[in-house]
Design a protein. Structure first.
Ligand code: G3P
Ligand code: CA
Length: 269
């Protein structure tokens, strides 16, 4: 993944809008990816989960209460888990009002709606399979829908899609079921274990709090399943100082609620 070249002659990290540009619009909504586009940010990071009736939806928490009005609409359905609701029920929810009144009525997108918007916006997607242990087989469901929507077409698959997860088994399943897809493991494996991850992950994506230049160097020294050096996308960096620190450590991407701040702090002058 190539970013801008800095004064020092290095490639600046790619800014990635975390849950969309989630400092400026409600996370994991179409409005949040539109906000990223308005900032000129190409890459968006979003989370996918599965409803009771097998539909894929874009949402971070495994419960609906924090980011929707589910408690008002379905007061007797505690604890309001995504997996206990149908897609039709989730479609009735407001996922924007909690953030700001101007976003009232913004829905929880289905993955299909979401992919179409990201494509229409000309953006690229870092898609996180969230809590795969709650949704057995979700990898095949996600890949099927990506395939149906053209995201696995040869001309697109390498340049506009990465699938990541905290679940190593989930990342491995994606790699085995769709070997052309680039993948990322979320976490900070011990250096000695990195070669095992390099068999199925193209990226190792640690939180910025665990990141060092030495660790990035060790990750970069390995080649991933597509024969290229492993990349590092770190998260969640929302201030200029931390952005400069992780850029100096050599990361390839920075996942941020404020991707404009990160880009401005790390771009070529
Ligand atoms: O992309 C990394 C980051 O999204 C992982 O944490 O909790 O925001 O999904 P979380
Ligand atoms: Ca995420």
């Amino acid at each position: 993944t190539a970013g801008a070249v800095t004064a020092a002659g290095r490639t600046a990290p790619v800014p990635v809008a975390h849950r969309g540009a989630s400092a400026y619009a409600p996370e994991n909504t179409l409005a949040a990816v539109d906000a990223a586009r308005e900032l000129g940010v190409e890459w968006v990071e979003n989370d996918v989960q599965r409803t009771r009736d097998g539909e894929l939806v874009v949402l971070h928490d495994d419960g609906l209460a924090r980011t929707t009005d589910v408690e008002e609409v379905f007061p007797d359905r505690a604890p309001w888990k995504v997996a206990d609701f149908t897609a039709a029920e989730i479609a009735r929810l407001d996922a924007g009002s909690w953030f700001a009144p101007q976003y009232a009525g913004e829905p929880v997108p289905t993955l299909r709606q979401f992919l179409r918007r990201v494509e229409d916006n000309g953006q690229r997607l870092l898609l996180e399979i969230k809590k795969p242990e709650l949704y057995p087989g979700i990898e095949a469901d996600v890949l099927r829908q990506l395939r149906e929507e053209g995201w696995l077409d040869r001309r697109h698959v390498r340049n506009r899609l990465i699938i990541q997860s905290f679940g190593a088994g989930s990342v491995r399943a994606v790699h085995e079921q769709a070997p052309a897809v680039r993948t990322g493991f979320l976490g900070t494996p011990a250096a000695a274990d990195l070669p095992d991850y390099a068999r199925f992950a193209d990226q190792i994506n640690p939180p910025h709090t665990t990141l060092s230049a030495e660790y990035v160097r060790r990750v970069h020294a390995l080649k991933g399943p597509h024969g290229k050096p492993l990349e590092v996308f770190t998260w969640t960096v929302n201030d200029a100082e931390t952005a400069r620190r992780v850029a100096a450590a050599g990361v390839d991407g920075i996942i941020s609620n404020k991707p404009d701040v990160v880009r401005d702090a790390t771009a070529a002058p």
